[in-house]
Design a protein around this ligand. Structure first.
Ligand code: CU
Length: 176
């Protein structure tokens, strides 16, 4: 599958499963990675993961959207996600420009400012599970490993929620 086809399928999946109205002009992502400074705080760094879920997909769906909330004790970055449940996982950004919804891969992952809840959620940044090896059905859990720039990797159980189910209560996009 070509890359553009893939992104189209990805976008279609998101739209089909109901793009949540973007609550506000989502906070501008600080897109530029800054590898210049490496914090040398020897303190143990941890990332707390909560509300990890994947939306159930129709049969034969090419992709499934994954969501979660991350909170890191120290400045960090979610750089990759791996699972045996799909061919690959990409970290995607969603933007609405001039009424057009666009999606692109975030090659440097998602920034995790210290002490701040960072939510990947419908209509915003999300994980794209590409090429699920089996249909993704509600009630299942899917295990995936999160890799961070600094913190140790972490294995997380994503709960599959029904297509028709309510989106989780919108957690306030606070913490700026
Ligand atoms: Cu996507």
């Amino acid at each position: 599958m070509s890359r553009s086809t893939l992104l189209a399928a990805c976008l279609a999946a998101i739209v089909m499963t109901g793009c949540q109205p973007a609550s506000e002009g989502a906070s501008a992502p600080a897109a530029s990675a800054d590898p210049a400074t490496v914090s040398s705080t020897g303190a143990a760094q941890g990332v707390r993961v909560s509300d990890a879920w994947i939306r159930e997909t129709p049969p034969n769906a090419a992709v499934a959207g994954g969501y979660l909330t991350l909170r890191s004790d120290a400045d960090d970055r979610l750089v990759a996600v791996e699972t045996s449940a799909s061919a690959s996982v990409e970290i995607h950004e969603m933007s609405h420009a001039g009424g057009v919804m666009r999606m692109r891969e975030l090659p440097d992952g998602v920034e995790l400012p210290a002490g701040t809840d960072v939510s990947l959620r419908p209509g915003g940044n999300h994980l794209m599970f590409i090429g699920p090896v089996e249909p993704v059905r509600a009630g299942q859990t899917i295990e995936a490993t999160l890799r961070f720039q600094n913190a140790p990797e972490q294995t997380v159980q994503f709960e599959v929620r029904p297509l028709t189910g309510d989106a989780p209560a919108a957690e306030g996009h606070s913490g700026h």
